[in-house]
Design a binder for this molecule. Structure first.
Ligand code: ATP
Length: 925
């Protein structure tokens, strides 16, 4: 396994190129209801500071001593975020004994589901179909060891694109099947799907640990119910990016210039947050001559990577004789200079490269035979090159149509029934756009060179430029797939935007923000979203550049682009921006950004028209609440907000529950057309502290004065912890004991606290009590609070007493909701004493508590003193006719009260009716 899991793409090797990334533990909102949950909607999004981070080693708590060992772990992250890489690292660590709790680790790939014949057993699945599995000399013996101690087995599932793929496997298995699976472990009569299902449903190997990797989209009610632990790959931090670059560019001069170039390209640098994109960025940096030539958009990045791949392919396929040899040698030297990693693989590569070179030479020789001898050699070259380029463009066009088919069906696998010509496959492999994935593990000795299986059973770019064309043809258990999700989406977009076979009408239907027949906007899959983004980007991309991908004449391309540009612009301008969801607003910002760097031409620029339109129509109260804002997302949002600023618009930003990083928060909040902002309180405080430390007084002033927290709904314990911190700053009028600069800025306290008028404490009966002590401490600091909602928080009599103490300071309180809180007579007596001193309280609810007659009487006693009270609700308590009559009597001297709700089963019906007749303000409901 140590050998087999090493390979990363383009010849990089895990042990030298892996960057230790962090993961964050995530939780889902457990509402108790069995709703059809969708992970990306139901995850609790924490602030930057609150992410509980952990490293690979910490995924599995040690088996000894940990009673709550997590046995169903889900690892998620968007495309390219490094799930597979992390799993490989895990396998590598295990192979080096650093995860001693497992005797066996098996990696099962979702792609194996394409094997549909009922010809497998658990034994063959684990020992022959799992990735990285070595050939076993005595599989029977190994299998019995696995069965003997399933607790010491880790099974990893990877290669599933989305959550919903797992859901399909969690549908209940038929009883007969369960019985036969359990009885006949060795019978090779099951499908991969049945075996996967049985493992996931704990029918087979119950007790083993499962780690499931997936992209986060899709509904997954079944899966989420089973999961004990949710981990998200965080992506690269700026330090990780630096580390990656230093590993990628081993030559110090190259590294330095790459780092400099990257520093000069803000957006590119932010894209590196996604490790998969960071790799693409390095590919471009490696070849780029100056920072001016670097791409500025995601479209530009993928375009350049694709062109480099095409050029590399042409470079090695088109140059005759010596020149070709030289260039391949140069390329090899460059590669080995750049990374020691590739050295290990060099033999293979050199072998396949030289084999291919000679094949190419003979191809060229054959081609050359029929040519007119007298022709000038240079001309001959050009003709070949032209023809080859045309051929490549034709192949690329076929690939792009295939890519779009894949995006539409949400798959990176090219279905076997698709007829893909050998030439196209060869082109796909050579350029590294396609991979071949072997479905069955090679048995020892199968491989002529004794190499065993390769790279997670995948072939293609790993033997780049190699002669693996026949692999899929010759090997009937191979499948074809796209090597890179970004490039697949990019090429799919090339089909949409640059193919004449996609007429305007169809193109229009592929644009984002389509409403379905039912009028709802469907949630979209990742690749489709990316493809749409690229499609828009391509329409406005440099035409000369695009010409490298397609063989139409310039005028044809121009006309086609102009027409599609007009459609895209009209489509966006026709949208009612204010009706878009926060996620769609973000999408729009991303599209507009991709289109933005249109080369200057005559006339009005439709791309800038789109930007202006979006900026002019964004709602003033702009919320990204609940939408994950990645670093590059923040950049595109900033771009639109700045444009809005140029048009005289200003915004109130809500960045709560967006997971925005503190540096992103800083970037947005410091724009001068932001009136107010909301965000995770703890992150905001950290930002203030940073600004204070860096002596940025003016920014700090803005950051403090623009921050808003009203109205505040606390749903997690940390929300109250953060609020407590903020109230402390407000009360002490400085950020910390030692701070001096903030003192003048905070001389009047924190405006956000002063302007907090409504606080809803919604932690529920389980978490509520954990945060209550902090709430009691901080409440006196909220002097302007008008509305306090503590419904269903289990505050009890003790809490009521604490609250009573705090109420003394809340002179502005108008509404107090204490429904369903287990408050009894003791508690209400204490409360009553403070309530009478609240001059503005007009609405009090003590609905569904445990107040009996004694408590009712103490309330009755203070009612006449509560000058502003208009509504009192004490329904569903424990008082009898005695308490009810005291309250009724007291009501007579309270002219202001409009309604008194007090019915419960302990009050005899007749008594209540009589009371009601005496005073119509007494209500049943
Ligand atoms: N920790 C890491 N260190 C170095 N490179 C990494 C790391 N994580 C990811 N990469 C780079 O990013 C590329 C994409 O990562 P990977 O394939 O693991 O993503 P993924 O989350 O599995 O994506 P997908 O959802 O598309 O399967 C890798 O091929 C590798 O080059």
């Amino acid at each position: 396994m140590a050998e087999n899991c090493q390979a990363m793409e383009a010849g990089l090797v895990l042990s030298t190129h892996y960057v230790d990334v962090q993961m964050s533990r995530r939780e889902i909102i457990r509402s108790g209801k069995n709703t059809n949950k969708s992970l990306d909607k139901d995850l609790i999004i924490t602030g930057d500071l609150d992410r509980q981070e952990s490293f690979v080693e910490q995924i599995f708590p040690s088996l000894n001593g940990d009673k709550h060992n997590k046995r169903y772990i889900m690892l998620f992250g968007k495309a390219g975020m490094g799930k597979t890489t992390l799993i490989k690292k895990l396998c590598l660590d295990w192979s080096k004994d650093s995860i001693p709790q497992f005797d066996f680790v098996f990696l099962l790939d979702g792609k194996k589901l394409t094997l549909t014949e009922p010809a497998y057993s658990l034994q063959t699945l684990l020992l022959s179909l799992s990735s990285f599995a070595p050939p076993y000399t005595d599989p029977g013996e190994v299998y019995s060891q696995i069965l003997a101690a399933p607790k010491r087995v880790l099974i990893i599932f990877d290669g599933f694109d989305e959550l919903r793929d797992y859901e399909m496997l969690l549908q209940t298995l038929e009883k007969d099947l369960v019985t036969s699976l359990q009885r006949n472990g060795k019978a090779q009569s099951f499908t991969v799907k049945q075996l996967f299902s049985a493992i996931l449903q704990r029918v087979l190997l119950p007790g083993c640990t499962l780690l499931l990797a997936t992209r986060p989209r899709g509904n997954a009610s079944q899966l989420l119910r089973r999961t004990d632990s949710l981990l998200e790959v965080c992506g690269f931090s700026p330090t990780n990016v630096e580390m990656y670059l230093s590993k990628y560019f081993t030559d110090p001069t190259l590294r330095e210039s790459a780092v400099d170039c990257l520093r000069a390209s803000s957006y590119l640098q932010l894209l590196c947050w996604n490790p998969g994109l960071c790799h693409l960025v390095c590919t471009v940096l490696e070849q780029s001559k100056s920072s001016d030539a670097l791409p500025r958009t995601l479209t530009g990045l993928c375009h350049q990577v694709l062109c480099l791949k095409l050029e590399k392919d042409r470079g090695s396929t088109q140059m005759p004789g010596e020149t070709q040899e030289q260039s391949v040698q140069e390329a090899l030297t460059e590669i080995s200079n750049n990374s020691q990693v590739r050295k290990g693989r060099k033999n293979n590569q050199t072998k396949s490269r030289s084999a291919r070179q000679s094949a190419l030479r003979s191809r060229r020789a054959k081609k050359a035979k029929g040519q007119e001898k007298e022709r000038d050699e240079v001309d001959e070259e050009n003709v070949f090159e032209d023809n080859d380029r045309k051929g490549d463009k034709e192949l690329l066009s076929q690939l792009s149509s295939l890519a779009w088919e894949g995006v539409k069906s949400n798959s990176s696998i090219i279905p076997a029934e698709k007829a893909v010509s050998a030439k196209l496959k060869a082109f796909g492999f050579r350029t590294g756009l396609l991979l071949a994935h072997r479905l069955r593990t090679t048995v020892a000795g199968d491989d002529g060179e004794g190499g065993g299986q390769d790279d997670n059973n995948e072939e293609g770019e790993s033997k780049e430029n190699g002669g693996d064309v026949n692999l899929v043809d010759n090997c009937d258990d191979g499948i074809l797939l796209w090597a890179n999700p970004f490039l697949q989406s990019y090429i799919a977009a090339v089909h949409l935007s640059l193919s004449r076979t996609v007429p305007d009408r169809s193109f229009l239907q592929t644009l984002p923000f389509q409403t379905t027949v039912k009028g709802r906007r469907k949630p979209k899959r990742e690749e489709l979203e990316l493809t749409q983004r690229f499609a828009v980007g391509l329409l406005f991309y440099n035409r000369t550049e695009l010409q490298r991908l397609i063989s139409y004449k310039e005028t044809v391309v121009r006309d086609m682009l102009v027409s599609k540009q007009a459609l895209a612009t009209k489509h966006l301008e026709g949208l009612s921006i204010s009706e878009l969801s926060p996620a769609q607003v973000l999408e729009a910002c991303n599209y507009v950004y991709e289109a933005q760097f249109t080369p200057k031409g005559g006339g009005e620029n439709p791309a800038s028209r789109m930007l202006t339109h979006l900026a002019a129509n964004l709602p003033e109260f702009l919320t990204f609440c609940g939408v994950s804002l990645s670093p590059p997302d923040v950049f595109t949002v900033q771009n639109v907000l700045e444009q809005g600023g140029a048009e005289g618009r200003s915004f109130c930003l809500d960045l709560e529950d967006s997971g925005i990083q503190i540096c992103g928060l800083r970037a947005l909040m410091s724009l001068n057309n932001i009136n107010t902002y909301r965000a995770c309180i703890a992150d905001v405080i950290t930002l203030w502290e940073q600004l204070e430390q860096s002596d940025e007084g003016e920014l700090l002033l803005g950051a403090v004065s623009k921050f808003k927290i009203h109205p505040l709904k606390a749903t997690q314990v940390c929300h109250i912890e953060h609020l407590e911190k903020l109230v402390n700053i407000h009360v002490h009028k400085r950020l910390s004991e030692s701070s001096s600069q903030s003192e003048s800025i905070l001389a009047e306290g924190v405006p956000a606290v002063k302007e907090l008028y409504k606080l809803e404490f919604e932690l529920g009966p389980e978490n509520g009590p954990l945060a209550l002590p902090k709430l009691w401490d901080l409440l006196p600091g909220l002097q302007n609070l008008q509305h306090l909602d503590l419904e269903k928080s289990k505050i009890g009599n003790k809490g009521a007493e604490k609250l009573a103490n705090a109420l003394v300071s809340l002179n502005c309180l108008e509404i107090l909701n204490l429904s369903q809180n287990c408050i009894g007579d003791e508690g209400v007596k204490k409360l009553a004493l403070s309530l009478k001193d609240l001059p503005k309280l007009h609405c009090l609810s003590l609905y569904s508590n445990v107040i009996s007659d004694e408590g009712a009487e103490s309330l009755a006693a203070v009612l006449p003193h509560m000058a502003s009270l208009t509504e009192l609700d004490v329904k569903y308590n424990k008082m009898t006719d005695v308490g009810a009559q005291s309250l009724g009597a007291s009501l007579r001297s309270c002219q202001k009260i409009k309604t008194l709700r007090m019915w419960n089963q302990c009050i005899p019906y007749g008594v209540f009716e009589r009371l009601q007749q005496q005073d119509s303000r007494i209500l049943w409901h």
